[in-house]
Design a binder for this molecule. Sequence first.
Ligand code: SF4
Length: 335
Amino acid sequence: MTHNSTNETLLEVNDLSVFFHMREGEDFFAIRNLSLSIARGESLGVVGESGSGKSLTSAAIMGLLPANAEVSGSIRFLGQELIGAKESDLRELRGKRLAVIAQDALTALNPVHTVGKQIAEAISVHDNNLSKSELRSRAVDLLDLVGISQPETRVDNFPHEFSGGMRQRALIAMSVANEPDLIIADEPTTALDVTVQAQILDVLNRIQDRTSSSLLLITHDLGVIAGFADRVAVMYSGDVIEEGGVDSVFYETAHPYTRGLLGSLPRLDARNRSEPLYRIPGFQPSPAQRPEGCSFHPRCSIAVAGKCDTEIPIVHRAGPEHVARCHLVKDQEAN
Ligand code: SF4
């Protein structure tokens, strides 16, 4: 899916590492040397199993890491360095230029206020010159934008009067109330059934086309990425192990882990549908117990003894704008 992306880099993460200091002394790198970038209007999908560091990446971008986390590297957003920025500057960015759509719409909405009041509050945090009736009419427009029918009536409903899918839409309306430059959607569809998931992704698409926001979509579901993102970064145990255009990563997959993930997706065109889906053997190690060398080596069917279990792979160019962190990927000539 191609959105109205431009060449302007909106977010550039370079060599980001997040190190956790633990009380028992077992300190570890939860994210290691991560680099990625997003152009204006572009959608980047970050995919990984739970514990791969994908949600921590968004917390680092938002400046919302726990106190025992030490961050190094660089996160530049709209040309401004976020690592080490003042909390007041980060607060100004959050909710206005940088917005997060939370995972759990039920707990993120306040049950004692109407949906319209909560959307109006989200708007007035950054624009308090609007009258009550202007705020209400903006809230109605936003509910309309996210596909809530009869928004003039629904604006006065409480969260418990909305279905799960509608609550998620209301939350999206709150997040995009100030037309942010970057929307971070962290597993926005996990708790929803498949039909509602597709509707929510449609809503995100529509917003992006209308506002030219960029989107960082965090998910464990490669199927969601396939229909939605322009580019994809695959995370494993705190590292980005493959990154590139969606078509390139899906059809010219370079990393054995991504190949395994794709092999475990059900396919409509499968010849024998009764055949069990492929499952990568073993489990992803927690970044606190990352093995030596390539962190995927204990599960990799083509691991090379004496190399993969001792040397951390560097990033290789698997194609134009397509990179993979694997010893067996041969560098392609840059065009
Ligand atoms: Fe497999 Fe080795 Fe590549 Fe890691 S570096 S993915 S173990 S082949």
